[in-house]
Design a binder for this molecule. Structure first.
Ligand code: SF4
Length: 287
């Protein structure tokens, strides 16, 4: 049995930066209440670790006490939520990933220049909900061309992607827009921005490569993590034996029967220790 582990597996730059920003808060401010506004990253075990350090998850900004510390997640928040927090007597720790901030700036620019903004992504995802706020009522969200073809779009359109989108899917949607809509609407101006983050792009590329060489692929990460789910889908397009697991306890011995090469990749919010646990457990199976 051979195990191939993705070099890019585990915490991305944005998540590592967020964890570094908040890890020491309980020591630095022992007398203050620390709130994580929504789940700081999409990994329940890492969130549990932070809760055990005394941090509290909160979903309603009105419930935040004065003189506390409020941590904004890597996914970012809307400008209205940011305004509410800035008016409060609190210490704000904003861990919004710089790649997400870049999208906020593009959305601000496009909306203030009268572009309709098409966001390619999942409308329920926290990152997308934050971006919608920066479009100031000019946004539409879609995850495939079929959702776009009957949309009413203005003459000036800006297209942006959720950071964790797959580049091939994004290119396909853009191609279809140009091919099927652009030629019909003579006055249409389209501005396209590549807002997929490098960490996502590299991780997906490496995972596809590993899946092509493997007999079975294990993707480690939260089932609520967009980038983890994407790794699973991309691997599943290549081979049947792909499993998404939260941690080592979910591993089944039968997955590895007659399999010679095992590929392992992990989402951007999966801690290194969970990946190591999985590798250890697979080796112990002795298949
Ligand atoms: S996946 Fe990309 S956008 Fe998301 S936190 Fe990591 S580096 Fe930032």
């Amino acid at each position: 049995m051979k195990i191939i582990i993705a070099k890019n597996a585990g915490f991305c730059f944005g998540v590592q930066r967020a964890i570094d920003m908040i890890n020491d808060l309980p020591n630095k401010y022992p007398d203050k209440k620390i709130y994580l506004f929504r789940e700081i990253i999409h990994n329940s075990q890492e969130v549990k670790r932070l809760q055990e350090k005394g941090m509290h998850i909160i979903y309603d900004l009105n419930k935040i006490e004065n003189d506390s510390i409020v941590v904004v997640s890597t996914h970012g928040i809307t400008p209205d939520e940011l305004e509410i927090l800035k008016k409060r007597k609190i210490i704000l720790v904003d861990t919004t990933c710089p790649y997400v901030k870049k999208i906020h700036n593009i959305a601000e620019y496009l909306s203030s220049n009268n572009y309709d903004i098409l966001i390619i992504g999942d409308k329920h995802h926290l990152e997308v909900r934050g971006i919608i706020g920066y479009c100031h009522g000019r946004s539409k969200v879609a995850s495939s061309f079929s959702e776009i073809k009957n949309m009413k779009l203005g003459n000036k359109i800006g297209i942006i992607a959720q950071t964790t989108q797959n580049i091939d899917n994004y290119k396909k949607i853009i191609f279809n827009i140009i091919d099927k809509l652009f030629i019909k609407t003579k006055q249409m101006e389209i501005r396209i921005f590549n807002t997929i983050c490098d960490a996502t792009y590299n991780r997906q590329k490496e995972t596809i490569k590993i899946a092509k060489k493997s007999d079975v692929v294990i993707i480690i990460g939260g089932r609520n993590s967009a980038n983890t789910k994407r790794l699973y889908e991309l691997s599943k397009n290549i081979l049947k034996s792909v499993y998404l697991i939260k941690n080592a306890s979910e591993i089944k011995k039968r997955w590895f029967t007659n399999k010679k090469i095992i590929g392992i990749s992990a989402g951007a919010s999966t801690p290194h220790w969970i990946i190591q646990d999985v590798i250890k457990k697979i080796k112990e199976l002795n298949v």
